[in-house]
Design a protein around this ligand. Structure first.
Ligand code: UTP
Length: 240
């Protein structure tokens, strides 16, 4: 397995600091968030990390040239911010399953990638989406998975209203996907917000390639805005 960390987004919700400092470089103790995330993937068995950045975010590359996370780290560029699905496709086409870990989602508590790899193994190497249950009134902020009794994903709905949501299992910053997803990403049309969405490509593959949900036990921290980062620091340092 490899791990892809998309970290090329503009970080507008965390401006102005993100004009110069990528949000993925914000510190947790003495490590930037993206190193905490990379180490999570390595602990779950990733043998290589591919980080997707933009030319404005060379700081991330300079950082990883100076630290060792135990596996090779390579960089790919997303020159236009066309969305998460596009960023993942920019990492190239791996021939093995890939964890995808959002560069602005730190998980505190048990390692979600370890739990997701176990779910994949239990289902013959199927794809897995990391999920967290959220209060019904907040589902409209997330992609929501509809699951059958066996935990298989039968549908994905991007930012549904609470009435239309197929449940309360929100897509939460972690994926484990087989190489076939890259075929769907290659011709994925823009969706919500005019962006090429990873959710849309996974939705198209559901019929042919099984994908299971894994409600992981850690807590997903979204460091994409100052309030989320503050909460994440409290949780990370055990004061939350
Ligand atoms: P977000 O949508 O949270 O990040 O994407 P963003 O676009 O930087 O946020 P705002 O809205 O401008 O504040 C989740 C992850 O996907 C990456 C981001 O860097 C982040 O780690 N991403 C997003 C890309 O790499 N490329 C994109 O085109 C979009």
């Amino acid at each position: 397995m490899i791990a892809i960390i998309p970290a090329a987004g503009k970080g507008t919700r965390f401006a102005p600091v993100t004009k110069v400092v990528p949000k993925e470089m914000l510190p947790f103790g003495a490590k930037p968030a993206i190193q905490v995330i990379a180490e999570e993937a390595v602990a779950a068995g990733a043998r290589e990390i591919a980080i997707v950045i933009s030319p404005e975010k060379e700081l991330v590359r300079r950082y990883f040239e100076q630290v060792d996370v135990g596996v090779p780290v390579r960089f790919a560029y997303q020159l236009e911010q066309k969305g998460l699905g596009h960023a993942v496709a920019c990492a190239g086409r791996p021939e093995e399953p890939a964890f995808v870990l959002l560069g602005d989602a730190v998980v505190t508590g048990p390692n979600p990638c370890v739990e997701m790899a176990a779910v994949s193994r239990a289902h013959g190497g199927a794809g897995v989406i990391g999920l967290k249950r959220v209060p019904r009134e907040r589902v409209s902020r997330y992609g929501v998975a509809a699951l059958d009794a066996d935990g298989r994903v039968v549908d994905l709905v991007e930012k549904p209203s609470p009435e239309d949501a197929p449940g309360d299992a929100a897509i939460s910053g972690r994926y484990l996907l087989g190489p076939s997803v890259f075929g769907y990403l290659a011709d994925q049309a823009p969706g919500k917000g005019g962006e090429i969405q990873l959710t849309d490509a996974i939705r198209r593959m559901l019929g042919e390639h099984p994908v299971y949900g894994c409600v992981y036990s850690g807590a997903r921290q979204d460091i994409g805005d100052p309030e989320g980062y503050f909460k994440a620091l409290e949780a990370y340092h055990g004061r939350g």
